[in-house]
Design a protein around this ligand. Structure first.
Ligand code: AMP
Ligand code: MG
Length: 445
């Protein structure tokens, strides 16, 4: 860990992201389990998937037409004798179905190329000259060797690695595993991610909120984002803005063995208010803090740190003092203190918590990439922070346009639900004209 700079202050977006990535590179995924192939969708491979034979396993025609010798078509039109037909699933035995000089074999897409042939001409460029017997074909176009078939093993050789360990399986990965006959695959256990909301005003979603209360939507948005990122969310409820209770709940989620969580996400209580106590409590728990804010908006007060040796020492002293009897954390646990404003919570999750969850899930690190689109209407903003502004991607096909969603600030979930991406505004831009290309953070769903 000594190679990772410990900043513990407010850092730029890029520094914050790098710090998370560096720490994420040090974590280990959980145990390995075997699951049925379709249940592995969205899971991370704990084994490499190898080609069980050559791909394709035979020279495979990619067009319907005639298997020919290219040299026979040096001059066209040419008339070839049709000596057979191979459809997909047939095996053209060399002695029985092969292409000699001046000959052609009818062939269908997906069928093996007969011996002697070195090209396939498309049926569109041919006509049968003896319709009734179908014994000769006139070919109007020449062909070059290798045309319209894929040689055996051109896609992959038997034994070759097709999908790496650490790859999250999407439908294409599922297709690869299926194509090599894996009906079950080895995947990493999903990391368990504790979600603890804080705030005296926050109530559970089944409750009827009092006039000054709001429902705990963050626990749910975070749980959904955790699931999307390949983790399993453990919702721990709501901690009040009261130091003692907050501390015992944070301690429980970091230390409690029964919970067995790999990461803690806190929401709320990280700003500068009198009752924003999360940082103070983490300090009491001797947490190691890597940053206490990032120069972004929304989400500036985001905190990233870990508890391990510090919390353990504290827990031991508490046990000695008879104030607690819980087993201490066996190893370091990372946490994020995400700002409570719902939009800030969602953005900071995507920017910082997601790569840590992916790493705990065993996934190979992914670079964060912003896409680009043209801005539909001008943006005016303040300089100093990198902004991630909720926006709607419009247009069609090659004409993508993006427009900011009208919103009332970081608490406006309704605006965020109407948006489908964030426009990324660099900290030095006060005004971006309509028609300029801007960066986008697409929202995963
Ligand atoms: P805080 O970060 O605690 O200062 O909270 C900032 C804003 O987010 C306040 O308006 C809170 O009421 C709101 N908020 C905090 N926690 C939640 C939550 N779990 N669900 C929805 N809104 C929240
Ligand atoms: Mg609060």
């Amino acid at each position: 860990m000594s190679s990772i700079a410990s900043t513990a202050g407010i850092v730029s977006f890029e520094q914050a992201r790098r710090l998370v990535e560096q720490h994420a590179a040090t974590v280990c995924p959980g145990e390995v389990e075997a699951v049925d192939l379709l249940a592995a969708l969205g899971r991370v491979l704990a084994e490499g998937i190898l080609a069980d034979r050559d791909f394709p396993p035979f020279a495979r025609a990619t067009r319907d037409g005639y298997a020919v010798r290219a040299a026979d078509l040096a001059e066209v039109p040419a008339r070839l004798e049709v000596v057979g037909e191979v459809k997909a699933g047939d095996w053209p035995e060399p002695g029985v179905c092969s292409v000699g000089r001046g000959q052609a074999v009818g062939i269908m897409t997906g069928a093996p190329l007969p011996t002697g042939a070195d090209a396939v001409v498309m049926v569109e460029h041919t006509s049968l000259t003896d319709q009734l017997a179908g014994q000769a074909v006139e070919v109007r176009r020449s062909a070059s060797r290798g045309e319209n078939f894929v040689p055996r093993g051109a896609e992959a050789r038997a034994g070759q690695l097709l999908l790496d360990r650490g790859r999250r399986l999407d439908h294409a990965g599922i297709a690869i595993a299926a194509s090599v006959g894996k009906s079950r695959v080895q995947v990493f256990r999903k990391p368990r991610v504790a979600v603890l909301s804080t705030g005296d005003e926050v109530v559970e979603i089944g409750a009827t909120p009092g006039p000054a209360q709001i429902r705990n939507s963050n626990s749910y948005s975070l749980a959904a984002q955790v699931q999307n990122a390949g983790g399993e969310a453990v919702r721990l409820g709501i901690a009040p803005d009261e130091r003692g209770r907050l501390r015992s709940l944070i301690e429980e989620s970091l230390i409690e063995e029964g919970l067995d969580c790999d990461l803690l996400l806190l929401t709320g209580g990280v700003s500068m208010g009198k009752y924003d106590l999360v940082e103070q409590v983490l300090g009491e728990l001797k947490a190691e803090v890597y940053f206490t804010g990032a120069e972004i908006q929304p989400g500036r007060p985001v905190v990233f740190g870990s508890c391990g040796a510090g919390a353990l020492a504290r827990a031991d002293s508490d046990v000695a003092a008879g104030t607690r009897a819980r087993a201490p954390a066996p190893h370091k646990k990372y946490f994020f203190g995400l700002p409570g404003n719902p939009v800030s919570t969602m953005v900071t999750f995507e920017l910082f918590a997601q790569p840590m969850i992916e790493a705990l899930a065993g996934m190979t690190p992914q670079r964060l990439i912003f896409l680009r689109a043209r801005l539909k209407s001008e943006i005016r903003t303040k300089t100093g922070l990198k902004r991630f502004l909720p926006a709607v991607l419009l247009g069609e096909f090659e004409n993508a346009e993006v427009e900011l969603a009208r919103w009332q600030g970081s608490g406006d979930i309704a605006a965020l639900a109407r948006a489908n991406c964030y426009v990324v505004v660099p900290p030095d831009r006060e005004r971006i004209e309509a028609g300029e290309w801007v960066s986008l953070l697409t929202r995963s769903c």
